[in-house]
Design a protein around this ligand. Sequence first.
Ligand SMILES: Cc1cc2nc3c(=O)[nH]c(=O)nc-3n(C[C@H](O)[C@H](O)[C@H](O)COP(=O)(O)OP(=O)(O)OC[C@H]3O[C@@H](n4cnc5c(N)ncnc54)[C@H](O)[C@@H]3O)c2cc1C
Length: 367
Amino acid sequence: MKTVIQEFAVGTWYILQMAHLSSGQLVKYKKLCICSGGTPKLIAENHPHVLGIRDTESVQLFQNRLKDASRIILVGNGGIATELVYELEGIQVIWVLKDKSMTATFVDPGAGQFFLHQVNAPKKKETISKRQQFNLSGFQTLTPLSALLSPRKESKETWPLYVELTNGKIYGCDFLVSATGVIPSFPKVLSKVTELKVSPEDVGIMVDKEMRTSVADVFAAGDVCTPAWQRSPLWFQMRLWTQARQMGHHAANCMVASFKNEQGHTWSDFAFEVFAHMTQFFGFKVVLLGLFNGQGLGTDYEVLLRVTKGEEYVKAILKDGKLKGAILIGDTNLEETFENLLLNQMDLSPFKDDLLNPNIDIEDFFD
Ligand SMILES: Cc1cc2nc3c(=O)[nH]c(=O)nc-3n(C[C@H](O)[C@H](O)[C@H](O)COP(=O)(O)OP(=O)(O)OC[C@H]3O[C@@H](n4cnc5c(N)ncnc54)[C@H](O)[C@@H]3O)c2cc1C
């Protein structure tokens, strides 16, 4: 039987196998799976003019604040910032990036350049827009926080918030949106005797291949966890819905297996073999596969590129003749074939000149 308790888990007594809820109630468990996600890394905590976006509540707050705003500053270079830049209309947006190219969390500078042309281009779809004013403020880096939030006057107007960049420029705005990622967040450990090991790099709860944490009968999945297993060379964690869902599914299977005392739950899930993510940026379908930015390959790899401005951007990464990753932007129809080539690691040396040839149907070719 399944029971739902709508409460906040404030802490866990792992020795007693009990979760402590905000109402004061203690809930006994046999197995526990922590799926408490992450909290946004805000550029300034509890500041009235700095918003983080992480859930429907914060999106609503953002929409309310937007009604009376004429200029916002957007900080971050990942999916959320990119989506906001595309969707926001009728307001001046100053996008502050610390990287040398846009959307750098996801794509390489070439693809960033491909999207740059779309920033002020007419939308590919209907929106509730009135007009758009967009200002990509060079590629700037924010100063440390101390210098950031001082109220100052600009020549013409007074703004509720002023932001200073490392290039010395100061911009006024109605509010700042901090879209700079999340950090794993989980209920407090209520007994120091039991250790829940967390990753020194990103403070996620470390889990093994069966989603078990360092504490007996405690599992974790999704954004809150960090895989500490021997990973497939073409997969890595990137706190995304797809990965959270796959981890949740896998954790559930492993918990059931653990109840049944099944040793060494079968690792048959392909989900963690090859990184795969599909999204939309600037109205374009974006498919990211494997080591799509050459992650971890150093400089010793080959890049095949096919670009049609405003239409598609296809990048294939090969090492020793084998496909290691790909970025597919637009309606390329290559995703299935490329995913198979990543999984089977076929030697493509004899075909690589034709791999991105638009006149060759590679789906048929490799069938
Ligand atoms: C604005 C935004 C846009 C995104 N867009 C995309 C996208 O387009 N594609 C994509 O793949 N990914 C996207 N992501 C990332 C994606 O949302 C996360 O990777 C995914 O939601 C993680 O799932 P999760 O279940 O691990 O955590 P969450 O979805 O964060 O869920 C955690 C839940 O646990 C609850 N919780 C936390 N602590 C406690 C507690 N102590 N007691 C009880 N409940 C608790 C939280 O309230 C929340 O409901 C986006 C993220 C954000 C913030």
